[in-house]
Design a binder for this molecule. Structure first.
Ligand code: C5P
Length: 248
């Protein structure tokens, strides 16, 4: 894939009307939106249809993790028009990922829609080095970055399209998995954002693009801005300039 960093705006609200109003304000400058657990579990699948009717592409961020057959059936139900990206936890293992992917492709074909990309969460970015070695992998001699890269490789070997990851691990993942393996990166804060909120390890959009990120997930710097449209336009300018510089 070419350097093609796009911004995905996170619709972190439990109100479908608020989500729709925000998308109406940001379209067509921003075309991709993240629907996470809060919005999806508050409103159900109808929110996907409402957003899709506005022309929005959706990253449905439900981070599935269960036995392979259950994940497969759930993913088949989620592969509906408008959904462009779905995700699962890589720690569910290769069988789970393969079964999820096959189910998505089968369901999309049956519905006559383009199959969504399926990506994997390598390790939640809320897990830092200390928690990783104390709680997740005690006794393991690998470090956190090695673990993230191993999970990314497993996702790639299982046929997945990419990973959700911190910007700090993007270059190691690209080196291990190649340029076509997409990286979706949250924890992005423009230098002009007044507040990092609860994000700890942030990069600016420019830094994330130069590190090789394909998609940047940005929530509050846009959604809580006085003018979400102006904030989105400023971010897009920054991303376009960084993309030009990355191409040299
Ligand atoms: O408002 P903010 O830009 O911090 O929103 C980032 C979005 O990305 C939120 O929906 C958050 O749940 C999500 N996310 C994250 N870190 C991850 C995975 C997802 O911030 N590792």
């Amino acid at each position: 894939m070419e350097e093609n960093s796009e911004i995905i705006v996170a619709l972190d609200t439990n109100s479908p009307d608020e989500a729709v109003a925000l998308v109406e304000r940001l379209m067509p400058d921003i075309t991709m939106y993240k629907v996470g657990m809060e919005l999806f579990y508050s409103c159900g699948a109808g929110i996907i249809d409402r957003l899709a009717a506005l022309g929005a592409k959706i990253f449905l961020d439900l981070k599935l993790h269960d036995i392979p057959v259950t994940v497969g059936r759930a993913m088949a139900a989620l592969a509906r028009p408008g959904v462009d990206i779905l995700d699962v936890h890589a720690s569910g293992g290769s069988r789970m990922m393969k079964e999820g992917l096959a189910a998505v492709r089968g369901a999309a074909q049956a519905r006559g829609v383009r199959p969504p990309k399926v990506i994997a969460v390598t390790l939640l970015t809320s897990i830092d080095r200390e928690v990783f070695s104390r709680e997740i992998a005690p006794g393991c001699d690998c470090n956190l970055v090695e673990h993230v890269v191993r999970m990314a490789r497993l996702a790639k070997e299982s046929g997945l399209d990419g990973v959700v990851t911190s910007a700090f691990e993007v270059s190691a993942i690209r080196e291990a998995c190649g340029r076509d393996f997409i990286t979706v990166v949250p924890g992005v804060r423009p230098a002009w954002a007044a507040d990092a909120h609860d994000q700890r390890r942030c990069m600016t959009p420019r830094q994330a693009v130069l590190a090789g990120a394909d998609y940047l997930v940005v929530g509050r710097p846009i959604t809580r801005a006085r003018s979400p449209r102006d904030a989105a336009a400023r971010l897009l300018d920054e991303v376009r300039e960084a993309r030009r510089d990355a191409r040299g």
